[in-house]
Design a protein around this ligand. Sequence first.
Ligand SMILES: O=C(O)C1NCC[C@@H]1O
Length: 343
Amino acid sequence: MRFSRMINVVGVHTEGELNEVITGGVLDVPGRTMFDKMRWLQTEGDDLRKFLLHEPRGKVTQCVNLVLPPTVPEADAGFVIMESDYYVPMSGSNTICTVTALLETGILPMTEPVTRITLEAPGGLVRVEAACRNGKCESVTFTNLPSFVFALDCPVEVEGLGTVMVDVAYGGMIYAMTDAGKLGFRLDPSEARDLVDTGEKIKRAAAKQVPAVHPENPEIHTINQTLWASPLQEIGGQKTARNAVIVSPGRIDRSPCGTGTCARLAIMHARGQIKAGERFIHKSIIDTTFIGAVLSTTQLGGKPAVTCSITGRAWITAFHQYVLDPSDPLPTGYRLSDTWPNS
Ligand SMILES: O=C(O)C1NCC[C@@H]1O
């Protein structure tokens, strides 16, 4: 049998969120920077993303990362993040899964007790410290790209809901964050379907009504995730909260969401709820945890910003070899609205 595509993929989940990692079958893609490579995939090479994420090979509740040679000398590896609807400049859960796959399969050397590497994400360089023991990457801490607030207390008119107040911030993707309690949600797993439907409505309205353009890269624009926030609490002396991020086309991030956590930290910092040097425990809807921290304050295109770190754990679940039989009539798969909302 001759295959027209053979892709090696490591299955990895971080705190419940499946973000697979392509480790073989694609040599490189055109582009001078990782952002260019992301753009090339989006415009010329999107069949790879569809092949892996769409059915019958993929499903709506996953992402996939393409590991590539870095384009700058200080990076150890590059990666392009592919989600169900978007290519994104940065993602926390995808970073943690990619680091775990790179170290646990020996693509990059593991040093115990701490491995330090630099990854080149499309949005910029990401410094990583992985805690490693007996060949296992026990946790990954990365320093995210600068996070900042676009707007606080912004009224958004949402059909069927009236006025909903949102805070808008960037943590690697652009978030509309809203108080779950005000719309009657406790962020209980039983609310998942409703959180998605209502969260998508809020996102669509906020994206139209609140313009948001990254001050240094105008190609990064428009709110594309909703973050349902539970109130900030002090538990055992630690600032703690729950959240649920609605990822397009309509599903909940199973992890506590790294870029969402950083967007929330930027909002908390702007509101005086957290200082540089403080930690924040962020819980997912399935009760898994990322530890966030505000490391320092900075400026981005004249805006105040914060540099944050995220710590999380990941586990390899599978090694897949996906192939394309040249006679397969569905090389880029399909989406059906029973499990792919808004398709
Ligand atoms: O951790 C994050 O940043 C994300 N998890 C899935 C969707 C977002 O990219």
